[in-house]
Design a protein around this ligand. Sequence first.
Ligand code: GLN
Length: 304
Amino acid sequence: MVIYTYSDLLQSLLEYLSEAGVSNAYWEARELAGAALGFNCRGKFDAKTQADTEQIKLCANLLARRLMGEPLQYIIGEWDFCGESFKVGSGVLIPRADTETLIERACSLLGGEKELTVIDLCSGSGCIGITLEKKLDCKEVWCVEKSEAAMYFLKENAARLNSACKPLLGDVTDESLPEKLPLADLMICNPPYISAADIKKLQKEVTFEPVEALFGGEDGCDFYREIVRLWKSRLKPEGIMMFEIGAGQEDEVMQIMIQAGMRDVRARRDMAGINRCVYGRNSVQKNEAVNLYDQLDKAERNLH
Ligand code: GLN
């Protein structure tokens, strides 16, 4: 009987994946060989580990799925984000390294503060809310997600990472939802932001991810407009609203926030040098500002 070890599976996977033109074939082959044998190839393992018949069948099955274009992350069933492993699969957006830009920003802006209330909108796998619940001093973290399929992964991730976050099944564009949540120090969101033109040009792997987690309307900015309009009133007076954005959306999203009366509106680049994060602070409500101005006007008139 022929004996196959991890190294043999790796070699064989590498040949198939290279032939199919997968760009980082060696790295993917390692992940798949590890998954077939039931271990994480990024940890410690023995390359001479032998595969039994079931594991060889499983390996062939994982390879077939990958060759059909399914993302590696769905096939191995988990993916790392900010040093923790999140469960992922069909129906939920895969956590991206780009999104870590938002975590870094939020932690540097709010790192010293206590008892924070955080609302993560369009939570997906929960990677943002769950990570912030660990990294910041939080009183409560709400994770709002409308898809039941994604909510399954969110709850699984909260359980496996021991997170006290509060998952809430709901549509962020529902006018009656904001009032059900407390006022937040931080409202953070990675909404769907791909435009109508770009949704037609997605990489094969991305087409396996839920289109409702990707498509953001004609210019990709529908969710920024809706969320700023509906949710700004749920920010504390100095509260921060923070978004992930797609390449080239910074001017539009900053405008939306400035026009809503937010201050200190800024953009932040990701590791690839693309503006990936836009955030701003709530400020005195516009009508209050107008009232103050009226009073000043009157007071001045009284002086003359
Ligand atoms: N970053 C994802 C992509 O480019 C998009 C995620 C989103 O729309 N929020 O595939």
